[in-house]
Each structure stands twice: as structure tokens, then as C-alpha cells.
Design a binder for this molecule. Structure first.
Ligand SMILES: Cc1cc2nc3c(=O)[nH]c(=O)nc-3n(C[C@H](O)[C@H](O)[C@H](O)COP(=O)(O)OP(=O)(O)OC[C@H]3O[C@@H](n4cnc5c(N)ncnc54)[C@H](O)[C@@H]3O)c2cc1C
Length: 464
């Protein structure tokens, strides 16, 4: 049956922009987090901000819901459409429009993949410091909308800290031209922050001005084995004191994460034996290669002397640094190496001095639901962020009990239920565990003001 609204979209937008029926590829209704959903009503692939504006104007008028998609690497099912929604795919708005090294700014369209931006600015001797395991597929628009964290937050902050300006299209098609390139701009409410981390419910990000930094001449990576979590915390303190601004990553892996990744993920090799209780990946960067190496060696020597670390290896080349990073970046592959669907990923924030107790509580209390259940723990310890994979092969039907248990423990420890992945659909029932009723109502007020017909990513984060 002909769909009059789709025909209207076709007549408004350039030929080839609107896909429907058999032309909708599986990638528009699958994501990396789990099982696929039914096909959306249509997929629209704009090439310009004006196309996005025209699409939203029509959807706003007809009250048709829209799901914005970047690289589909989000882990909370936020970009998965339902059958009545139009997918707005940013895949054809993927240009890097400008790299201005004098000012330290790059301008990219929202559909540009993160790795493409990293590689482009590297050609000019610069770096864009945001870095995640999904770098090859995720887009800068998705990173902005989820306020992605990643591997270098300890030094450069979250995505929010790397954004100078944004161009955004709001639900009725209005274009907010805020693509400013300066850090300082105290001219009233800084609107860009409404759209960073709000998971596409307030507007569609179309272009971004990004902060870029001179690339460090040297990046060295060490992998260390530690005897206990209290030594992990002491080692972090020492690394901060000795390396200062040179410390660009401090990632912790509980034994199970390191051992199972080395054993099960193809292409990963572990430079250290797999029996140690904890492992830390530490990255140091700076302009002076000799100094970085000397500082890192001095740190490891001191930590070893104090019994904080038991064993360590430092990368000797870019390839060996990448091989160490591969261990930490293989969390999704590790999860998938288990031949069952009953696994739940948690991404929480809490104080570092409570992390060990928290992980122990989870490990023991999940066994009361299912004695065979187990947890794999790792994370960005330097940012107070842990990832926990709970595996419950024999009790797949008890998923909700596990979720409630882990989020409940997170509440007991004063943590946040999402450090970086966001709320989307998956975590919406638990949002109230981390935000007050008044805060959630204020989010609803903002949503109603900017999207009165609730067409943008409806049902993600909050219901209105
Ligand atoms: C292997 C792996 C490692 C990961 N590591 C990290 C990590 O270290 N830190 C971290 O924070 N996350 C991590 N993630 C999660 C994910 O990669 C990030 O959330 C990423 O920022 C999502 O980008 P995307 O382009 O894939 O967005 P999508 O998955 O396509 O979308 C995510 C959300 O943003 C919205 N959105 C997308 N583009 C736009 C736009 N232009 N305007 C408005 N809304 C938009 C979508 O509607 C959806 O709600 C990881 C994921 C994987 C698979």
C-alpha cells in the first residue's frame, strides 16, 4: 500500500535519500548491543543540514517519530527504531570540512567516523583525543549525543570537554547555528550543552567544531600486574603524582577479564602471565620521547620497589603498544566469545576506594540468583568508571533480577548507573536510581519545550 507521507518525503528530498520496504538494509535495524528489531517505516539519508531541516519540518507537522542513527555502536538500544519510526541516518553527512591548526579546531559533519577524524588531524601533526574501542564505526554525532568517555578522559575529559560549537536542527526543523570555534563565550545559556549527552531527544547534531591538540611526539604504553586492588589505587595515586599531565590512560582489568581475553579473543596475546589478581594498562604521552620513557621507567621502578606492581612491560614500538591496547579494547569480542545470549553489560561510576568491595558484592550476590553466574570486571579506573559483564547462561529468564540487583548495589555504593553509555531504552527503568524526581521532571520540561510533539527519539531516556 502506498504510504503518502513517504511519497511526500521523496518529493521533497533528493532522489535516493529515502529508502523503504525491501531497500532497507539490515544495518538500519541492528546494533552492536543485541538482537535486531523490525524494519522501520523508512530510512532517510540526508546530505546536508537543509535536508535534515526539511525532513524534521515534515515529521513535526505530521507528528511522525524519528530515530537518529550514527554508527550504531551505542550499547543501550537508543538508535534502534521501532516499526512506526523514520530512521534519520547520518551516514552521508560524513565530511571533515576543515582542520584549522592555527586555532586548534576541526569542523566535521556529524556522520564522520571518529577514526577518520583522528587520522585526518594526525596528517597535520595534531590529535583529537577522544578514543574508544568502537572508533572505526562510531560517529562524532553519536559521540556527542552520548557524551562518550573512552580511554583518555583522565587527561582530556569527556566529549563535552572537546566541543567548541555545534550546529543542531531541532524538532520543528529550526537550525541552531552555533558552530563557534572559541573556548570562551559567556553570552547567555550555552545551548550546545543541551545537546551533548542528551542522546538525540532534543535535537539532531549536524556539524561540530572540535578541539584538537598538537600530537604528542611520544606515546608509551605499559602493562602492569598488581597483587590487590588497594595497590591499584595506590599505583594510580603514584602515577598521577609522578607523571602529572603525561598520564593519558589508566585502565584496570580484574584477573578474569585479562585471562579470558587472552585465552578466548582471536588475535590477542598477553605479554604478562595470566595468574595475577589485577592488571593495569597505563599510557604516558608528551612532547619529549626520552623524558616520557625515563619518567615511565622511573615510575615503574618505584612502584615495583614499593610492592605496588609485581611485573610490568613497556611497549617498544607502535605495534607493541597497539597489541597492549587490543587487550583492553576487546571487551565486546570477549562478551561474544561466550556461546549464549544471557549476558548483561553494566557501565557504572563510583569512588575508586569502593570499587573492590563493589565488585566483590556483585560477584557474591549474583550467585544467590544463579550459583553458576559470574562477573567480568574492568574499566577506566582513573575516571571512577567500571564496566561489569554479568554472565548467567543457565538463567536467561532472570535478566531483570540481575539488573535490579546490580543497579541496587550501585545505589548502595552511591554510584551512577551510567558512566558513559547513556540511558537509551535499556536503562530507562533505572534512571530514577541515579537522578531525582525533580531532575527527571526538568528533563521532561526541556523535552516538551524543544520537541512538543515528541518526535525525536521518543521513549529514549524518559517518557513524556
Ligand atoms: C567495542 C565498543 C567500545 C565502546 N567503548 C566505549 C567507551 O569507551 N566509552 C563510551 O562512552 N562508549 C563506548 N562505547 C559505546 C558507543 O561506541 C558510544 O556510545 C558512541 O559514542 C556511539 O556512537 P555512534 O555513532 O555509534 O552512535 P549510535 O549508536 O548510532 O547512537 C547513539 C545515540 O546517539 C543518538 N545519535 C547518533 N547520532 C546523532 C546525531 N547526529 N544527533 C543526535 N543524536 C544522535 C542516537 O539516536 C542514539 O540515541 C563502546 C561501544 C563498543 C561497541
Amino acid at each position: 500500500m502506498a504510504d503518502g507521507f513517504i511519497e511526500e518525503l521523496r518529493s521533497t528530498l533528493e532522489e535516493g535519500s529515502v529508502l523503504a520496504g525491501a531497500d532497507i538494509d539490515a544495518r538500519y535495524h541492528h546494533d552492536l548491543a543485541g538482537s535486531p528489531v523490525p524494519k522501520p517505516r523508512a530510512v532517510v539519508r540526508p546530505k546536508t543540514t537543509e535536508d535534515v531541516s526539511a525532513l524534521l519540518r515534515l515529521c513535526h507537522r505530521a507528528k511522525v517519530p524519528v530515530t537518529t542513527q550514527g554508527g550504531m555502536t551505542g550499547l543501550v538500544r537508543g538508535a534502534l527504531p521501532n516499526a512506526s519510526e523514520i530512521v534519520l541516518s547520518m551516514e552521508r553527512m560524513n565530511a571533515i570540512e576543515e582542520v584549522d591548526v592555527a586555532t586548534g579546531v576541526a569542523v566535521a559533519q556529524a556522520g564522520a567516523p571518529l577514526q577518520k577524524i583522528q587520522e585526518r588531524v594526525e596528517q597535520d601533526g595534531f590529535m583529537f583525543p577522544l578514543d574508544l574501542g568502537s572508533r572505526g564505526s562510531c560517529t562524532i554525532g553519536g559521540n556527542i549525543s552520548t557524551n562518550a568517555g573512552g580511554n583518555r578522559v583522565i587527561r582530556y575529559g569527556m566529549t563535552r570537554d572537546m566541543i567548541l560549537g555545534l550546529e543542531v536542527v531541532t524538532a520543528d526543523g529550526t537550525v541552531l547555528k552555533g558552530l563557534r570555534k572559541y573556548i570562551k563565550n559567556n553570552t547567555g545559556i550555552d545551548l550546545k550543552h543541551l545537546f551533548i549527552g542528551s542522546e538525540g531527544i532534543l535535537g539532531v547534531v549536524t556539524r561540530a567544531a572540535l578541539r584538537i591538540f598538537p600530537a604528542p611526539a611520544e606515546q608509551q604504553v605499559a602493562l602492569c600486574a598488581l597483587p590487590s586492588f588497594s595497590e591499584v589505587a595506590s599505583f594510580l595515586k603514584l602515577a598521577r603524582a609522578k607523571l602529572g599531565g603525561e598520564l593519558t590512560a589508566f585502565e584496570v582489568m580484574w584477573n578474569e577479564y585479562y585471562r579470558l581475553t587472552v585465552e578466548r579473543v582471536k588475535g590477542v596475546t598477553g605479554p604478562l602471565p595470566t595468574h595475577h589478581p589485577f592488571y593495569v594498562l597505563l599510557e604516558a604521552s608528551g612532547g619529549d620521547a626520552e623524558r616520557i620513557r625515563a619518567d615511565l621507567e622511573a615510575l615503574l621502578e618505584m612502584a615495583m620497589g614499593e610492592g605496588q606492581i609485581l611485573d610490568a612491560t613497556i611497549s617498544t614500538s607502535n605495534a607493541s603498544a597497539a597489541a597492549i591496547w587490543r587487550i583492553r579494547d576487546s571487551s565486546v569480542e570477549l562478551g561474544r566469545s561466550f556461546p549464549y545470549a544471557a549476558r548483561i553489560g553494566f557501565d557504572v561510576s563510583l569512588a575508586i576506594d569502593r570499587m573492590e568491595d563493589y565488585a566483590d558484592q556483585i560477584a557474591s550476590r549474583i550467585k544467590k540468583i544463579d550459583p553458576e553466574a559470574f562477573a567480568i570486571v574492568f574499566g577506566h579506573a582513573g575516571d571512577g568508571n567500571l564496566h561489569i559483564g554479568v554472565h548467567h547462561e543457565h538463567t536467561p529468564e532472570r535478566r531483570e533480577e540481575f539488573e535490579k540487583l546490580v543497579y541496587g548495589i550501585t545505589g548502595e555504593f552511591g554510584g551512577s548507573i551510567s558512566a558513559e553509555h547513556g540511558i537509551g531504552i535499556s536503562k530507562r527503568p533505572y534512571l530514577k536510581m541515579s537522578r531525582t524526581a525533580e531532575e527527571i521532571e526538568t528533563m521532561r520540561t526541556l523535552k516538551r519545550a524543544l520537541d512538543p510533539h515528541n518526535i525525536l527519539n521518543p521513549g529514549r531516556i524518559i517518557e513524556v
